[in-house]
Design a protein around this ligand. Structure first.
Ligand code: ADP
Ligand code: DAR
Length: 380
């Protein structure tokens, strides 16, 4: 059995797709990675659900159109034992080809979406359904709502060629240029961006981070920065990420707690794109994304929030947030720490609910956390 270092070395150097490896080498890497993961203290959903029986059942399968292997799906989770999920879909077919592993992970992450369940039809509701979460501006620094979209007939990051990245960027930016009124803006390709401007946009929480090891080890950063970039409107309240983790991320954000206005801006943005672009959509899983944690509505509605009492202990805050199906991230987003007591708290579930229900679950949860913070403050 190969050592973890050798496995990681091979995996880390896996700048090529695994299909260009001999089948026996793929099996050897999978077996070695599985043994090492099984013996680790990882808390990833990959470790929890990848059993010997499932591994034996799917380790030789490949997806029909792109020849994606199980290694293409799980090499990030094999390399990074601190993954939360640990698996990605290299192409849309992976969700059915490797359903024995994806389905239990999907059911676990989205808290009960079973194999027989079907994602509901799109129903956004309206921004006016959601009152300001913090009208007195005591707790919420800013509010953000994002969704992801994949273009139909294209695979996901690991299977995209350099030409695909350029083609996707061209198709998407052509539509972005037609946006008007509050959504009108400009596209900034990463390949033409000065490092200082890039870092400033990242620090302002507008642009995606670079060098995410989970994405790199999933072969999601090949040909970087070709085809990657960000669209920003005049007021810097509407953004579109191109070819980061997903082909498209539609983002609305602003200072304060006016979730309704932020959500309405995102709805208008994504529906404007839908007039001109065909998205990858599955009748059971809803809108398809690279990561199974984003399937369905693909919506993450978050607040940057200061909870001086509840936030003093992140573990306790996470335990309370979990009761409302909320997820706690650090100030810089996923896999980051809170700075200045500012937490990123958002809905966890995205699949099996309508868009309206997902945002309602977040609105109710954040409201409950603010009430608990006030009660904790009054008992001091
Ligand atoms: P996502 O998958 O939604 O893009 P990340 O965790 O990668 O989430 O966060 C992306 C960026 O968005 C990070 O810089 C993060 O700080 C920022 N962000 C998330 N929520 C908010 C918010 N409510 N206000 C301001 N910035 C936010
Ligand atoms: N970092 C990976 C993915 C977790 C879900 N977040 C995404 N898709 N950005 C992990 O398994 O931790």
């Amino acid at each position: 059995m190969m050592s973890l270092r050798l496995t990681r070395g091979i995996l880390k150097n896996n700048a090529i797709r695994s299909y260009s490896r001999a089948p026996c080498e793929i099996i050897e890497i999978l077996e070695s990675g599985f043994e090492t993961l099984s013996q680790s203290k990882s808390k990833s959903l990959l470790k929890k659900h990848l059993t010997r029986e499932i591994l034996d059942k799917i380790k030789t399968k490949v997806t029909p159109s792109y020849c994606s292997t199980l290694l293409d799906c799980i090499q990030s989770g094999l390399c990074n034992h601190d993954s939360g999920v640990g698996i990605y879909a290299p192409d849309p077919e992976a969700y059915s080809t490797f359903s024995e592993l994806f389905d239990p992970i999907i059911e676990d992450y989205h808290k009960g979406f079973k194999k027989a369940d079907k994602h509901p039809a799109t129903c956004f509701g309206y921004g006016s359904d959601f009152p300001n979460l913090d009208p007195e501006e005591r707790f919420i620094v800013s509010t953000r709502v994002r969704c992801g979209r994949s273009l139909k007939d294209f695979p996901f990051n690991p299977c995209l060629t350099k030409k695909d990245y350029r083609h996707l960027e061209c198709m998407i930016t052509k539509v972005l240029k037609t946006l008007c009124n509050d959504h009108a803006g400009k596209y900034l390709p990463l390949s033409c961006m000065e490092p200082e401007q890039q870092q400033k946009l990242i620090d302002e929480h507008l642009l995606f981070k670079e060098g995410d090891r989970f994405l790199q080890d999933a072969n999601a950063s090949r040909f970087w920065p070709t085809g990657r970039g960000i669209f920003i409107n005049k007021n810097r309240t509407f953004l579109v990420w191109v070819n980061e983790e997903d082909h498209i991320r539609v983002i609305s954000m602003e200072k304060g707690g006016d979730l309704g206005r932020v959500y309405e801006r995102m709805i208008i943005g994504v529906e404007s794109l839908a007039h001109s672009l065909k998205f990858s959509h599955d009748k059971r899983l809803g809108y398809l994304t690279f990561c199974p944690s984003n399937l369905g509505t693909t919506i993450r509605a978050s607040v940057h929030i200061k909870l001086p009492n509840l936030g003093a202990d992140r573990a306790k805050l996470e335990e309370l947030a979990n009761k409302y199906n909320l997820q706690v991230r650090g100030t810089a987003g996923e896999h980051s720490e809170a700075k200045g007591g500012v937490y990123d708290i958002s809905n966890k579930r995205r699949l099996g609910l309508t868009e309206y229900q997902v945002v309602l679950e977040m609105h109710k949860g954040i409201s409950a956390l603010i009430d608990a913070e006030c009660q904790a403050g009054s008992q001091k």
